[in-house]
Design a protein around this ligand. Structure first.
Ligand SMILES: [Zn+2]
Length: 94
């Protein structure tokens, strides 16, 4: 007589038979996105600290604005590349 599986253990068995859709490039993309986000976080924290200490000069404001936009865009595109890569594995919908 065949063993009976309930639905949950049947799905668990099916999932365990599928290859895990993760590769070395996933790790690389995730690392790049994490680094870019941490950089933006540091830029933002520096701007917050300057603002807390007092009124930033116009020059400082402009410098921070340029840096924040650049690091934000870098983080966004690294995150998009990560998302696009996971989509290729079918983990996310494109
Ligand atoms: Zn991958």
């Amino acid at each position: 007589m065949l063993p009976r599986y309930d639905q949950a253990s049947f799905y668990a068995m099916l999932l365990s038979m599928l290859p895990m859709p993760i590769c070395a490039r996933c790790e690389q993309r995730l690392r790049e996105a994490s680094i870019a986000m941490r950089r933006h976080g540091e830029d933002m924290q520096a701007a917050i600290d300057v603002k807390r200490r007092g009124k930033p000069t116009m020059e400082q404001r402009q410098e921070f604005a340029t840096r924040l936009v650049a690091s934000f865009n870098a983080a966004q595109s690294a995150w998009d590349a990560y998302r696009e890569h996971l989509s290729k594995h079918g983990l996310l919908k494109p």
